[in-house]
Write a protein that binds this ligand. Structure first.
Ligand code: ZN
Length: 85
């Protein structure tokens, strides 16, 4: 990537590569601390990390409450297709 910078001992490309492991809690405390320190100092990663956090939070919400929204969407689709509910 063109804006690869090394901050807090870790490069942007490494932060981005490890971000999903970070959110899955698969990194050790040392790596988490490096990533957090990098993101605090790096606009690029802060922007990307912020967007990523929002996406993950949205996914978690939809996983936690799947049945109501899924059945509502199915009902809408069925009525649009003229199928019985
Ligand atoms: Zn960065």
């Amino acid at each position: 990537m063109k804006d690869d910078r090394i901050l807090a001992g870790i490069a942007c490309s490494q932060v981005l590569a490890k971000l999903s492991d970070y959110f899955d809690g698969e990194l050790d405390a040392n790596e988490c601390a490096k990533i957090e320190a990098h993101v605090r100092q790096c606009d690029n990663c802060a922007r990307f990390g912020g967007a990523f956090t929002t996406i993950v939070a949205g996914l978690r919400r939809s996983i936690e409450a799947p049945s109501s929204s899924a059945s509502a969407a199915t009902a809408r689709l069925r009525s649009r297709l003229g199928l019985p509910e």
